[in-house]
Design a protein around this ligand. Structure first.
Ligand code: FAD
Ligand code: EPU
Length: 337
């Protein structure tokens, strides 16, 4: 393992924001984490940098997770069990499971980033969250200098949330996830409840979809709506969809009948932040080099040369507009570093 100093992180975050890490190491095995050089001082664990706002130079040790490997580890009458290294590319991993004949993750196709980051915010899209298919997680705990295992229940998954965020480990760098295990039930059912996916399948004339058909439909919808970070730097949805109690949501819905509302199983109601931002006039609008994407107002984009400060300015302006028009507070989804 080689320690670098003053490593530029611009190419390692999908918003393409500039910033240097005081110290940097690429981690390609779980054993490498035991190196005593890594145990001292503040740390940050970096995956694909697709849910990150780099606010400038950082006086920390950045560990870039590149642990590879994916394999079938077991099978019973009900499910197959698969393990993947934290540094595996998430989308490639999902496509590999499908090619092996193990459906279950297809709705999460084309989400950028790594396998190791997937549990951090419980990635979700098109009617599925990764927590529904996750079996367990192994992490290296720098404080205990030991491997720690977390079952699915230990992970306390919720909407864009997990134990790792609740404990602040995603900011402190205490835990580096090294591998993740998935449980994919053999009794597979297509999950096409999300309107965009159902419409895409209908447009393709597919009435009885395979997992591959669903993956292809999800990929097509995402390519239409979301900017490719390789061409237009972004971090996906920039804000969470706000979750309100039913009474508050009802008041808003009466005042704004077009507002998309999604009732949750616990009685709360999730609102579409993209709609709020569009109605507040920010769809396709920019402040300096940073704006909200013209085809999906929830996605903040760097039109070129932006810094973390530019991102903060646009973020604050959008939050203020939505608060003023709807009385709703928007919280950012990416991690600020
Ligand atoms: P990073 O951005 O590198 O890190 C994110 C956080 O995880 C940081 O706190 C970091 O410290 C921590 N972390 C990363 N790896 C590890 C590890 N091995 N151990 C411990 N901590 C770790 N998200 C969704 O949920 N649904 C979507 O549909 C979706 N669509 C997106 C579309 C686009 C175009 C983009 C750019 C992003 C999208 N995202 C989406 C957000 C992002 O892809 C996910 O949050 C992804 O899981 C981040 O992975 P990463 O490897 O890039 O993590
Ligand atoms: N909408 C607008 N205007 C916009 C954008 C959206 O009116 O500019 C409306 C849409 O018409 C729709 C509703 O808002 O009625 C929801 O839009 P969409 O289906 O595009 O999904 P989203 O709520 O904006 C969420 C996730 C995405 C995930 C998709 C698909 C969050 C914060 N975002 O977006 O996740 O891919 O659903 O499931 O939950 C991410 O987290 O980075 C991410 C991209």
């Amino acid at each position: 393992m080689i320690l670098h100093s003053q490593r530029e992180l611009g190419p390692l975050n999908t918003l393409a924001l500039p910033g240097r890490a005081a110290r940097f190491a690429r981690i390609d095995s779980a054993e490498a984490l035991r190196d005593p050089q890594l145990s001292e001082g503040p740390r940050f664990i970096l995956g694909g940098g697709s849910n990150l706002v780099l606010t400038g130079d950082i006086d920390r040790l950045v560990l870039h997770m590149a642990i590879s490997g994916r394999r079938l580890i077991g099978e019973d009458t009900e499910a197959v069990y698969i393990e993947a290294g934290a540094g595996e590319n998430w989308h490639d991993f999902v496509q590999w499971t499908l090619a092996q004949g193990w459906p279950g993750l297809e709705n999460l196709s084309l989400i950028p980033g790594t396998v190791g980051a997937a549990p951090i915010q419980n990635i979700g899209a098109y009617g599925l969250e990764v927590g529904e298919r996750l079996h367990s997680v192994t992490a290296w705990d720098f404080d205990k200098q030991a491997d720690v295992n977390f079952s699915r229940d230990d992970c306390r998954f919720a909407y864009r949330d997990s134990l790792f965020k609740q404990e602040g480990w995603h900011l402190s760098g205490r835990m580096a996830i090294t591998s993740v295990r998935f449980r994919l039930p053999k009794a597979w059912q297509p999950n096409c409840r999300y309107a965009d996916v159902a419409q895409e399948l209908a447009a393709r004339g597919i009435g009885d979809p395979t997992a591959r058909d669903i993956a292809d439909a999800v990929i097509a919808v995402r390519r239409r709506k979301l900017p490719d970070p390789a061409h237009i730097p972004n971090a996906g949805s920039f804000f969470h969809n706000p979750v309100l109690d039913a009474a508050q949501a009802d008041v808003l819905k009466r005042a704004h009948p077009g507002l998309p509302c999604y009732p949750q199983s616990d009685g709360h109601v999730k609102l579409a932040a993209g709609w709020l931002i569009e109605q507040a006039g920010w769809k396709g609008r920019s402040l300096g080099p940073v704006g909200m994407y013209e085809k999906q107002a929830l996605v903040l984009v760097n039109h070129g040369g932006a810094t973390g400060g530019d991102v903060r300015r646009t973020m604050a302006a959008v939050q203020a507009s939505v608060r003023e028009k709807f009385g709703v507070a928007l919280t950012p989804e990416p991690i600020f570093l």
